[in-house]
Design a protein. Structure first.
Length: 264
C-alpha cells in the first residue's frame, strides 16, 4: 500500500497559510522540505508508523502569502528514529499606543535639565516616518509644550528592550530650542532623556509565543490530524516598522509532532 499520496494530501492542508492575527494581518506558513518515515508495524487491526517532516515555519505580515507546498519536490527518507526538533519564526507586535504608555511610565517623577532650568515629561507619543521613530514629549516646567525627537529602533538582547539609536531632536525642534532653550538642546540633557526612551517587549514576546503555542496544542487542521509541540528558547531576528506598530521578528526552537489517526 502506498501511503504517500494520503500523507501529502494531509500536508497540503497543514501547509495552507492561515491568519494568526486579523488586526495586524499576520499569517503562519509551513513549507515542507523532507518527509521521514519509520518501518510500519502491525498493531491488532491497524498499521502504525511514524512520519516526520523537515520544514520551515514562518510568520508573514501583510497580505495572505501564497502556499509554497510542492508535492513533487518533497523527498521521502527512511529513518530508524524520528527527529522532533523544530525552529520557527514568530512576530511580536507592539502597537505605538502600547509603547507610548510604557515609555510615559518610564518618565514619571523624573526631571531633566541644567541648574534651575528643568522640565518634566507628562506624556509620550510615538509614530513612524521615513524609517525612523518620531518621539513626541509633552513637557512642563521651564519649557511648556511638545518637543520632538527621532531615532532608529534597536534591540537589546540582554534586557529584552527596544531602545532608540542616534536619538536627536527633529530639525525644527532643535532650531527652536537653540534660540529659546539652548540648555535643553545640549547633549547631556538629551542623553538623560534617551535613557528613558526604551521599553521592554517581554510581554509582546510572550504574547507572540503563546499565539503560536495554541496551534501546537492538539490543533486539528483536518479530521484525524492533530498537531502538538512546545516552544523553548527565543532568539531576536530584526525589527520592522509599519504604520500601526513596531514588529519584532523572533526565532524560537522547540519540538513538534503531528498525529494522523485515520484519513477522511
Amino acid at each position: 500500500m502506498d501511503f504517500k499520496p494520503n500523507v501529502l494530501d494531509a500536508l497540503e492542508k497543514i501547509c495552507t497559510p492561515f491568519q494568526m492575527s486579523e488586526s495586524y494581518e499576520s499569517w503562519l506558513r509551513v513549507v515542507p522540505v523532507e518527509l521521514y518515515t519509520t518501518d510500519a508495524k502491525l498493531q491488532k487491526e491497524t498499521i502504525a508508523f511514524e512520519m516526520g517532516m523537515k520544514c520551515t515555519m514562518e510568520t508573514i505580515v501583510g497580505q495572505k502569502p501564497v502556499s509554497q507546498f510542492n508535492r513533487s519536490k518533497i523527498v521521502l527518507k527512511a529513518v530508524s528514529k524520528m527527529p522532533e526538533h523544530v525552529s520557527a519564526n514568530i512576530v511580536a507586535i507592539s502597537t505605538y499606543a502600547d509603547a507610548s504608555k510604557i515609555m510615559t511610565k518610564n518618565f514619571m517623577g523624573q526631571e531633566f535639565g541644567s541648574g534651575n532650568k528643568k522640565i518634566q515629561v507628562q506624556n509620550v507619543a510615538l509614530w513612524h516616518k521615513d524609517g525612523k521613530m518620531i518621539i513626541a514629549l509633552d513637557v512642563l516646567g521651564s519649557v511648556n509644550g511638545t518637543i520632538y525627537l527621532n531615532g532608529f529602533p534597536q534591540y537589546n538582547d540582554t534586557t529584552k528592550e527596544i531602545y532608540f539609536d542616534q536619538l536627536d531632536y527633529v530639525i525644527d525642534t532643535k532650531s527652536t530650542l537653540i534660540k529659546t532653550a539652548n540648555w535643553l538642546a545640549q547633549g547631556y540633557v538629551l542623553r538623560k532623556i534617551q535613557e528613558s526612551c526604551r521599553y521592554s517587549i517581554v510581554p509582546n514576546l510572550e504574547e507572540g509565543k503563546s499565539s503560536m503555542q495554541k496551534y501546537l496544542k492538539n490543533y486539528s487542521p483536518m479530521p484525524g490530524v492533530f498537531v502538538n509541540g512546545s516552544l523553548k528558547d527565543i532568539q531576536f531576528q530584526k525589527i520592522q516598522l509599519t504604520n500601526k506598530a513596531i514588529i519584532a521578528f523572533i526565532k524560537v526552537n522547540g519540538d513538534v509532532s503531528i498525529a494522523v489517526d485515520g484519513f477522511k
